[in-house]
Design a protein around this ligand. Structure first.
Ligand code: NAD
Length: 296
């Protein structure tokens, strides 16, 4: 069994790290938050005093940090040169493709193997070990990383070379942001046209309007399977994080010269929702902004 340093024990990492411990690994966990550290300790991880401490003789380093600046800072100042060069580095945070490639190049220059491995699935999937991982890196790096990712995953997919995991993640979430906005608009229009939301769900979830946003994550309370809509849009995937991912997608589109008008519209909608105070609400809560007279 391996010594795994796990850095970043927030909503996601706090669920993921214990799954590695349950799989029999020695997980040395660190987070700037004392509460997050205590929770990880109670869930089978070993508390480390710092990132440097956690990585010192690690076989594998896993990071689950908020954004690119944290990832670049942690790797440059506390991992590269501190962990043995034999350690495999796995960054699961969602960050921009260019930063992922930069940190992987800097790691390779110092002799490390690194993959970007962002995830799809929320806090519940993190806790239950049911995340989908999209992995960027060489074939050899992917094969090395896979067995360490598997205890946290329902699927582990090799997306391509360095940064390809991040590319897949932001393209996937651009679809999600756009389909959720379209699904919310359709429910509002359907209601104004006199359709019962349940009847519209029954039809559209079996017709060509079907998508994950409709069938699995319906934004209307009391319709379809239980979702954050049934809990006043609490829990789930925060609108602020959806906005972050849409901004990453729009920046990447600009750099790559891709035309993404629907992604741009979705970014504007989520920006407005966050400005109105909805940043911590589930992202399906934009239905209330699209029509503030919306009633369940
Ligand atoms: P979070 O803010 O809950 O957790 C991040 C943790 O990192 C915090 O506990 C923070 O204290 C810690 N941290 C920050 N800087 C640190 C440092 N220098 N050293 C050690 N610890 C540090 O965020 P989260 O919701 O767990 O998300 C983590 C990543 O996963 C993000 O990139 C996010 O976009 C992505 N993601 C989140 C979700 C979700 O539903 N929450 C889903 C998929 C992907």
């Amino acid at each position: 069994m391996a010594k795994i340093a796990f850095i970043g024990l927030g909503h996601m990492g706090g669920g993921m790290a214990p799954n590695l411990a349950k799989a029999g690994h020695e997980v040395r966990a660190f987070d700037l938050s004392e509460a997050a550290l205590s929770a990880a300790e109670q869930n089978g991880c070993v508390r480390a005093g710092s990132t440097e401490d956690a990585v010192r003789d690690a076989d594998v380093v896993v990071t689950m940090l908020p954004a690119a600046q944290h990832v670049l800072g942690v790797y440059r100042d506390q991992v590269l040169g501190m962990a043995p060069t034999s350690a495999l580095l796995i960054d699961c945070s969602t960050i921009d493709v260019a930063s992922a490639r930069t940190v992987e190049e800097e790691a390779a220059a110092q002799g490390y193997t690194m993959v970007d491995a962002p995830v799809s699935g929320g806090i519940a999937a993190a806790a239950s070990g049911n995340l989908t991982f999209m992995v960027g890196g060489s074939d050899e790096a992917f094969e090395r990383a896979k067995p360490f990712i598997e205890p946290m995953a329902k699927a582990v997919i090799h997306a391509g070379g360095a940064g390809a995991g991040q590319a897949a993640k932001i393209c996937n979430n651009m679809i999600l942001g756009v389909t959720m906005a379209a699904t919310c608009e359709a429910f509002v229009l359907a209601q104004k046209l006199g359709l019962d939301p349940q009847v519209f769900f029954d039809i559209s979830s079996k017709a060509s309007g079907q998508s994950w946003s409709m069938t699995t994550y319906c934004p209307v309370p009391g319709v379809g399977p239980e979702t954050p809509a049934d809990h006043d849009y609490e829990g789930g995937f925060a609108a602020g994080l959806m906005l972050k991912d849409l901004k990453l997608a729009m920046d990447a589109a600009e750099q790559a010269g891709a035309y993404t008008p629907m992604g741009g519209e979705a970014e504007e909608l989520y920006q407005r929702f966050v400005n109105l105070g909805g940043g911590s609400k589930d992202f399906s809560g934009i239905i209330k902004m699209i029509d503030d007279s919306w009633k369940a």
